[in-house]
Design a protein around this ligand. Structure first.
Ligand code: ZN
Length: 419
């Protein structure tokens, strides 16, 4: 997949600064060969990844991910080798779509995911509940649960929330790179609502009732606390890391937020993008962004995609990217465990969403066992590793489903009570 930072249509701003540099993330084999023990653990327990950007990647540059693909970080052979069982497919809606066709794009992207399953029902399966994920795991199929990245597609209408629930969406990231009609964004200087909007509050309550998880990745700090206050069930951060390692980056959660998230019994799913992991990579991104903006300004109307690409390549040659490592991901896990314990940590790699910024050792969906080896070497017990890989987020899914089912039962009882 080629992320061209200057092409708005391709721009995926999961990262600090929309830079998503360059291309060919193509790495077919893990750089580090994992041990047999780590590989066995990866296959013995469900691995649920909070955020993988396959649908938008396919939208930009279609490839049949049911087979080995030339590009990207995910395809069936690599996911199967890595023991990945339930990658949440990100139904990613760019912030520019707010009020401009967001719902339509979300439906198209969901179609893309369904097409993967229809193309290879022996390899993939739809999953709408934690039980579906466990059943598919037992049947040796990879589940494709759906998460919507950016509530823009709800378009201020709770009927649309029901529509997307019916289509299988099981979490919604309330906002993306810009504040929207639901919530303020961490990346946006304009904090419109000082948290959630009045509609956002209603929507969070309705998500609780339906059984759609609230994803606080990308939202502003006040919106994070506001969501925790309103939600009656645990929430997730589908792809965020710890701000302690990236000072000032609001996109990651600080220690106080992590403690609040644990109190809520939610899960922080650690993002693998290097700029979410280390200050060096974050600073590189900030400098790159400034240089890019200066270049764009200089080019003015003469700016072309080719010139942009050359600029990015030259920049990267001159200032080599400071990749994080598997160690850094484990450092985030260690710190989270130290602060709140093992029960609130998960993985949200952001594969296919962060371009060529993935850490050494964790370059694609085949590499989860490399991380498992690192955790084993740090003394993590197998049962704790299983929680990080998927057990914790499955627990949240079940809690959210149980609450929603109770709400539905209550509604039915109330209806029966009417003479
Ligand atoms: Zn993102």
């Amino acid at each position: 997949m080629t992320f061209t930072p200057f092409n708005a249509s391709l721009k995926k701003i999961c990262q600090v600064t929309a830079f998503s540099v360059l291309l060919s993330t193509t790495t077919f084999a893990a750089e580090t060969k994992p041990s047999q023990k780590a590989t066995d653990i990866a296959h013995k327990y469900p691995i649920v990844d909070g955020h993988i950007d396959v649908p938008y990647r396919m939208q930009n540059h279609w490839e049949d991910v049911t087979r080995a693909t030339e590009n990207g970080d995910f395809d069936y052979p690599r996911a199967a080798a890595g023991g990945l069982d339930a990658p949440f497919m990100s139904i990613y809606i760019p912030a520019t779509k707010e009020g401009k066709g967001a719902k339509e794009l979300a439906d198209v992207l969901i179609d893309q995911v369904e097409a993967i399953v229809y193309r290879a029902p022996d390899k993939f399966a739809i999953a709408r509940t934690a039980k579906d994920i466990r059943d598919n795991f037992a049947a040796n199929k990879i589940s494709l649960p759906l998460g919507m990245e950016n509530g823009a597609a709800i378009e201020g209408n709770l009927d649309n929330l029901q529509h997307f629930f019916d289509r299988g969406i099981r979490y919604i990231t309330l906002a993306h790179s810009k504040s929207n009609h639901i919530s303020d964004s961490s990346y946006d200087d304009a904090k419109i609502w000082d948290g959630l909007s009045p509609f956002g509050v209603e929507m969070v309550k309705e998500m609780n009732k339906l059984g759609v998880m609230i994803d606080i990745s990308h939202v502003s700090d006040p919106a994070f606390y506001h969501a925790l206050e309103v939600s009656e069930v645990p929430v997730i951060a589908s792809h965020s890391s710890l701000r302690h390692f990236t000072p000032g980056l609001e996109r990651n959660v600080d220690d106080k937020m992590l403690k609040a998230l644990a109190k809520n019994r939610g899960v922080l799913m650690i993002n693998f993008g290097s700029f979410f992991l280390t200050e060096a990579a974050m600073n590189w991104s900030n400098k790159y962004k400034a240089a890019k903006e200066a270049f764009e300004k200089l080019q003015g109307d003469n700016l072309t995609d080719a010139a942009s690409k050359t600029f990015s390549e030259n920049y990267r040659t001159r200032f080599p990217y400071p990749y994080a490592s598997t160690d850094d991901v484990a450092d985030h896990i260690d710190r989270a465990r130290k602060l709140v314990g093992i029960d609130y940590i998960g993985l949200g790699s952001d594969y296919d969403g962060v371009g060529d910024t993935l850490p050494t050792g964790l370059k694609d969906a085949s590499t989860y066992p490399v991380l498992i080896d690192e955790l084993l070497s740090r003394g993590y017990k197998e049962r704790d590793i299983a929680k990080i890989l998927g057990g914790n987020v499955l627990r949240v899914m079940e809690a959210v489903e149980t609450f929603a089912n109770q709400q539905q039962e209550q509604i039915t009882l109330n209806e029966r009570a009417i003479p």
